[in-house]
Design a protein around this ligand. Structure first.
Ligand code: ZN
Length: 115
């Protein structure tokens, strides 16, 4: 890992977290005014729990979440991140702020593979 980023070890914390159930978007406003809008399905795809990680390692691809998937519950995990529970019942993933910020920077949108 290259550590050349100026903001290397500084992880901004969120000042606001809003889940839009209708559009299926989690909106996070960070302390540095940056705004992340992340599809619920994408959060599910980026789950880092042991089960998802091992599936990723075995198959070499991330799970493709249904775009209709929604966040069911959001639990704060101390001061460092969120535990997200999804409408498919999956709820083991812990999302540290740094990961959420990183997922928010992934290229938009969730494009289904072309036929
Ligand atoms: Zn998982």
């Amino acid at each position: 890992m290259a550590a050349d980023a100026t903001a290397a070890d500084r992880v901004a914390e969120p000042v606001s977290i809003v889940s839009h159930q209708g559009s299926g978007v989690l909106e996070i406003v960070w302390a540095d005014d940056h705004r992340s809008r992340i599809a619920h399905a994408r959060l599910r795809e980026q789950c880092r729990c042991a089960a998802c990680e091992s599936q990723w390692r075995r198959q070499g691809t991330r799970l493709q979440a249904d775009p209709g998937l929604r966040l069911a519950q959001i639990h704060p995990v101390s001061v460092q991140g969120l535990n997200l529970v999804f409408s498919d019942g999956h709820g083991r993933g812990i999302y540290p702020w740094s990961l959420l910020r990183q997922i928010g920077e992934l290229p938009e949108p969730l494009t289904p593979a072309s036929p």
